[in-house]
Design a protein around this ligand. Structure first.
Ligand code: 26M
Length: 822
C-alpha cells in the first residue's frame, strides 16, 4: 500500500527560497556561506525542475489514459538554448524567482546566465525543432521529440587573430534538466548478413543475423508549455556497449584494453553532433547515428503501441511521425522491417501503415545538401534495410511504369537508386515515397520543391501530396523572454499577455502607430537593448560602439549562399566612400555599426575566409581615426541561442540577403521583425511572405528574382559576365593589401570574378548598395522609422510557430489537443 506522493511545488517567494536553499544544502551538498552564482543557478534549477516533474508525470499519465493519437517529431537536432529562464516564464513564476533570488543576494540575470546552452543543433533546422516543441506543449498536443544525446553539441567558436577556432562543447557537466532512464534501453544491430529461413507455415522469412549490438539508453527532458500544465517529453538516446558486447572473455583473458576499446567504439555513435549545415558528406558514422536513433525511437513507439492491444491497422491512428529533413528517412525502412520481418504482416498491409504514419519536411533544394548514401555502405552496415529499399523501389517503379508506360527516362529519374559509380540511395526520394505528405517551409520554397527536385513526383502522385507550412518562431522565447520590456509595453496596450498565445492579437498595436508617448517608449526600449548589446561587444571585443548609431546585423551560419561576402564587400564599399568624402559630407552620414556573427563548418574553407575578411576589415576600419563612429565592423564570437536573445532585440536593420531561391525559409528574419527591427533582404524564402504581411513600404527588398537566377548563371558561363564597377574598386582595395595579405582573400575574390559568381554577388551588388543608401535616408527620419517598426510588429502574427503547429496538426498529423482538466 504505497501512499501517493502529492507534491504541489512552491508558489510563493518564501517557498521558492526554501526549496532553492534546501537543494543547495542537500542535493548539491554545499554550504550557504560560499554560495556563488553557479550554486544559486543549480539550486533554483532544481527547485523549478521539481515543479516541472510533477506536471510532466501527470501529463504523461493523462496522455496514456486518453489513448489518442500522438505526434513524434524526429529530428537529429534540437537547438534548445537555456532551460531555466524558459521554465520560469512558462510556469509563470519568474517574478517570484526574481524577488526570491534578490533577497538571497543575486540578480536573476546573472543566475540565468550561468546555464550552459543546450546546443544540440547547427542552425535553423535545429532551432525550428525547438520552437515546435514549445508550441506543441503550449497548445496541449500530445507530442514527443526524439533525438540523440550528443556528448558534444555544436562546437564553441573562438576568434583568434581573426580566424575561427573550434573548441569542443562538452555540455553535460551539470545538467539538471535531463533524467537518465537506465531501465529504458534498446539493443541496436549493425552489420551482419541476411539469411532466408522458413517459418512453421512454410513461409520464407528474411532474417538479419550476426554483426554487432550497441545499446541505446534513454534520457528524458521535460518540455513545459506556456501557461498550461502540459509538460511534454524530449527523449534523447545515448549509445553504450551492450553488456554482452563488453567482452568478459577478452576481459578475463587480460585484454583489458581491447574490451575498453569496444566500449569506446559504441559510445562514439552519440559522441558528437556533425557541425555541417546544408552539406552532406556521406560519412559512415553519421549513417550509424541516423540508424541508431531511428531504430531506438521506433522500438520505443512500437512498444508503446503494443500495450494498447490495438490491431496493427490502427497504428497510423495512434502515431504520427514527422521527419525533420531526410536525416531520419531510415525510420521508414525500419518500420517496414519491423512489420514484415518481426510482426509477420504482408508487404502491402505494412506499407500502407508506414506511408500513413510518416510526413516529410524538406528544408533545402540545393544539390550539395541533398542526402545520398552509397549502396555498398548500406549493404555493409544495414544489409536487410538495403534489400527492403530495393523492394520499395521495385514496387514504386512498377506502379510508375503502369501509369506512364514506356517512359524509361522517367523511371531513371525517379528511381530511389541513382545509377552512378558507386550506386547511391537518394534519401529525399525515399522519404517522399514513404510519406503521405511532403512539405516545404515557405511558399517559394514549397513551389521550388514541386518544380525542381520533386517535379516528377508531383506528376506521379498528384499535387495534393505536396504542401507548404511556412516556418514560424515561438513568441515566448523570441519576444517575451528575449525582450521583456517590449513584451510588457505591448501587453499594456493590447490589454494582456494573451498575444503570447495568439500572436495575431498584435494587430491591436496598429492603433498606436501615431501615439507619441507610445513611440517614445518604443524607442527607449530599442535604445536600451542596443546599449546592452554595445556592452556585450565592449566586454568581448574591446571595441566601443555608439548605441546611437544604426545597428546593422547579420547573424546566421556562414555560407556562400547566405552571402555574408556581399555584406562585407558592401561594408568595404561604404568605407572607401567615407574615405573619399569631405568632412562636410561626412557630417551628413548616419553612423553605422555592422555586426556579423555565426559559425563556419570546420571544413568549409570559403566560409572561414569570409570570417577572416570581416575581422580584417574590422581591424582596419575600427582603428581609422578618419572614420570614427561613422563605421564600426564587429564580429561577435560564438553566436548561439542565448547570444541571439541579446542580439535580436538590438537591431535597427538586419540582413537576409541569400541568392534568390537558395534560403528555404529563414527564421531569424521573423525574430528580428518581431523585435521591432526592419530588414533588408532578397525576394527569397519567408522574406516574401513577411513582405506580404507587413507591407512593402516596411521592408528593404533588393536583387534579382529566383526565376531569373538560372539565366544569369548561364550568362556568366558564356562570357556575358560584367563585373560591377563599384565592386571592382572594392576588389582593387583588397588586392592592394588594404586589409592585410591579399593572398588570404584571393580564392574568395576569384569565386566571384573568375569562377562564374555562382551566388550572383556581382549581379546584386549595385542594387544592394543603393538599397543601403535608402536605409540611411530612412533612418534619418526617426519618427517615420519607428512607425514602420510598430506597423511591422503589429502584422507579424502569422509567423508564430503556434500557427505552424496548427497547420501540421490539421493538414498532416490529424491529431487533437489534449488540454489538462481545469
Ligand atoms: C547533413 C548531412 C551531414 C551532416 C549534417 C547535415 C545537415 C545538418 C543540418 C544538413 C542540413 C542541416 O540543416 C539545414 C538547415 O538548417 N536548414 C534551414 O532550415 C531552416 C528551417 O526550416 C530554414 O529556415 C533555412 O532556410 C534552412 O537553411
Amino acid at each position: 500500500a504505497w501512499k501517493k506522493h502529492s507534491a504541489q511545488g512552491f508558489k510563493t517567494k518564501e517557498e521558492f527560497q526554501d526549496e532553492t536553499v534546501r537543494h543547495i544544502e542537500t542535493s548539491l551538498a554545499r554550504s550557504l556561506f560560499n554560495c556563488d552564482e553557479l550554486a544559486a543557478y543549480s539550486g533554483a534549477s532544481l527547485a523549478f525542475r521539481d515543479r516541472l516533474i510533477i506536471e510532466w508525470n501527470k501529463t504523461q499519465q493523462r496522455q496514456t489514459f486518453a489513448g489518442q493519437k500522438r505526434v513524434y517529431y524526429f529530428s537529429l537536432e534540437f537547438l534548445m538554448g537555456r532551460a531555466l529562464d524558459n521554465a520560469m516564464l512558462n510556469v509563470g513564476l519568474k517574478d517570484v524567482a526574481r524577488d526570491g533570488l534578490s533577497e538571497l543576494g543575486f540578480r536573476i540575470e546573472d543566475v540565468i546566465s550561468q546555464e550552459h546552452d543546450a546546443a544540440l543543433g547547427n542552425g535553423g533546422l535545429g532551432r525550428l525543432a525547438a520552437c515546435f516543441l514549445d508550441s506543441m506543449a503550449t497548445m496541449n498536443y500530445p507530442a514527443w521529440g526524439y533525438a540523440l544525446r550528443y556528448k558534444y553539441g555544436i562546437f564553441k567558436q573562438e576568434i583568434v587573430d581573426g580566424y575561427q577556432v573550434e573548441i569542443p562543447d562538452y555540455w553535460l557537466d551539470f545538467n539538471p534538466w535531463e533524467f537518465p532512464r537506465h531501465d529504458i534501453t534498446v539493443d541496436i544491430q549493425f552489420y551482419g548478413s541476411v539469411n532466408k529461413h522458413q517459418n512453421e507455415d512454410g513461409k520464407t522469412l528474411s532474417v538479419w543475423e550476426g554483426g554487432e549490438i550497441v545499446q541505446a539508453v534513454a534520457y528524458d527532458a521535460p518540455i513545459p508549455g506556456y501557461e498550461t500544465s502540459t509538460t511534454n517529453n524530449l527523449r534523447l538516446w545515448s549509445s553504450k556497449a551492450s553488456s554482452g558486447e563488453f567482452d568478459f572473455q577478452k576481459f578475463n583473458a587480460g585484454e583489458y584494453e581491447g574490451s575498453v576499446a569496444d566500449q569506446q567504439r559504441a559510445e562514439t555513435i552519440s559522441a558528437v553532433l556533425y557541425p555541417n549545415d546544408n552539406l552532406d558528406r556521406g560519412k559512415e558514422l553519421r549513417l550509424k547515428q541516423q540508424y541508431f536513433w531511428c531504430a531506438a525511437s521506433l522500438f520505443d513507439i512500437v512498444r508503446r503501441f503494443k500495450k494498447t492491444k490495438k490491431p496493427w491497422s490502427a497504428f497510423p491512428d495512434q502515431v504520427a511521425i514527422q521527419l525533420n529533413d531526410t536525416h531520419p528517412t531510415l525510420a521508414i525502412v525500419e518500420l517496414q522491417r519491423i512489420l514484415i520481418d518481426l510482426e509477420g504482416l504482408e508487404w502491402d498491409d505494412a506499407w500502407h501503415i508506414v506511408v500513413n504514419t510518416f510526413g516529410y519536411t524538406n528544408h533545402t533544394v540545393m544539390p550539395e545538401a541533398l542526402e545520398k548514401w552509397s549502396v555498398p555502405l548500406l549493404q555493409h552496415l544495414l544489409p536487410r534495410h538495403l534489400l527492403i529499399i530495393y523492394d520499395i523501389n521495385m514496387k514504386f517503379l512498377q506502379m510508375v511504369e503502369k501509369q506512364f508506360p514506356k517512359d524509361r527516362d522517367l523511371l531513371g529519374r525517379v528511381s530511389i537508386i541513382e545509377e552512378s559509380q558507386p550506386k547511391m540511395v537518394r534519401m529525399a526520394f525515399l522519404a517522399t515515397i514513404g510519406s503521405h505528405k511532403v512539405n516545404g517551409v515557405a511558399e517559394l520554397h514549397s513551389d521550388l520543391v514541386k518544380t525542381t527536385i520533386l517535379k516528377d513526383f508531383v506528376k506521379i502522385y498528384g499535387p495534393d501530396k505536396f504542401t507548404n507550412v511556412t516556418n514560424g518562431i515561438t513568441p515566448r522565447r523570441w519576444l517575451h523572454q528575449a525582450n521583456p520590456r517590449l513584451s510588457e509595453l505591448i501587453a499594456s496596450k493590447v490589454g494582456s499577455y494573451e498575444f503570447l498565445k495568439d500572436l495575431t492579437l498584435l494587430n491591436k498595436l496598429e492603433h498606436y502607430v501615431d501615439d507619441k508617448d507610445f513611440k517614445k517608449e518604443w524607442q527607449d526600449i530599442k535604445y536600451a537593448n542596443k546599449v546592452r548589446l554595445a556592452q556585450h561587444i565592449m566586454n568581448t571585443t574591446g571595441v566601443k560602439v555608439n548605441p546611437k548609431a544604426l545597428f546593422d546585423i547579420q547573424v546566421k551560419r556562414i555560407h556562400e549562399y547566405k552571402r555574408q561576402q556581399l555584406n562585407i564587400l558592401g561594408v568595404i564599399h561604404r568605407y572607401l566612400t567615407i574615405k573619399a568624402m569631405s568632412a562636410e559630407e561626412r557630417k551628413k552620414l548616419a553612423p553605422r555599426v555592422s555586426i556579423f556573427g555565426g559559425k563556419a563548418a570546420p571544413g568549409y574553407w570559403m566560409a572561414k575566409t569570409i570570417i577572416h575578411l570581416v575581422c580584417s576589415v574590422g581591424e582596419v576600419v575600427n582603428n581609422d581615426k578618419d572614420v570614427g563612429d561613422l563605421l564600426k565592423v564587429i564580429y561577435i564570437e560564438d553566436y548561439n541561442v542565448s547570444k541571439a536573445e541579446i542580439i535580436t532585440p538590438a537591431s535597427d536593420i538586419s540582413e537576409h540577403i541569400s541568392t534568390a531561391g537558395t534560403e528555404a525559409s529563414g527564421t531569424s528574419n521573423m525574430k528580428f521583425v518581431l523585435n521591432g527591427g526592419l530588414i533588408i533582404g532578397t525576394c527569397d524564402g519567408a522574406n516574401i511572405e513577411i513582405t506580404r504581411e507587413i507591407g512593402e513600404n516596411n521592408i528593404f527588398l533588393f536583387g534579382n528574382l529566383a526565376e531569373d537566377v538560372e539565366d544569369l548563371r548561364h550568362a556568366h558561363t558564356y562570357g556575358k559576365f560584367q563585373l560591377d564597377e563599384d565592386l571592382k574598386k572594392v576588389f582593387d582595395a583588397i588586392k592592394g593589401g588594404l586589409f592585410g595579405d591579399a593572398g588570404h582573400f584571393s580564392a574568395l575574390c576569384n569565386s566571384i570574378v573568375d569562377h562564374g559568381d555562382y551566388y550572383l554577388v556581382s549581379d546584386d551588388f549595385n542594387s544592394y548598395v543603393k538599397t543601403h543608401a535608402l536605409v540611411d535616408e530612412a533612418y534619418k527620419d526617426q519618427d517615420e522609422w519607428v512607425s514602420k517598426c510598430i506597423t511591422s510588429v503589429s502584422r507579424m502574427g502569422f509567423f508564430s510557430s503556434d500557427r505552424c503547429i496548427q497547420e501540421y496538426a490539421d493538414m498532416i498529423w490529424n491529431v487533437e489537443p489534449l488540454p489538462p482538466k481545469p
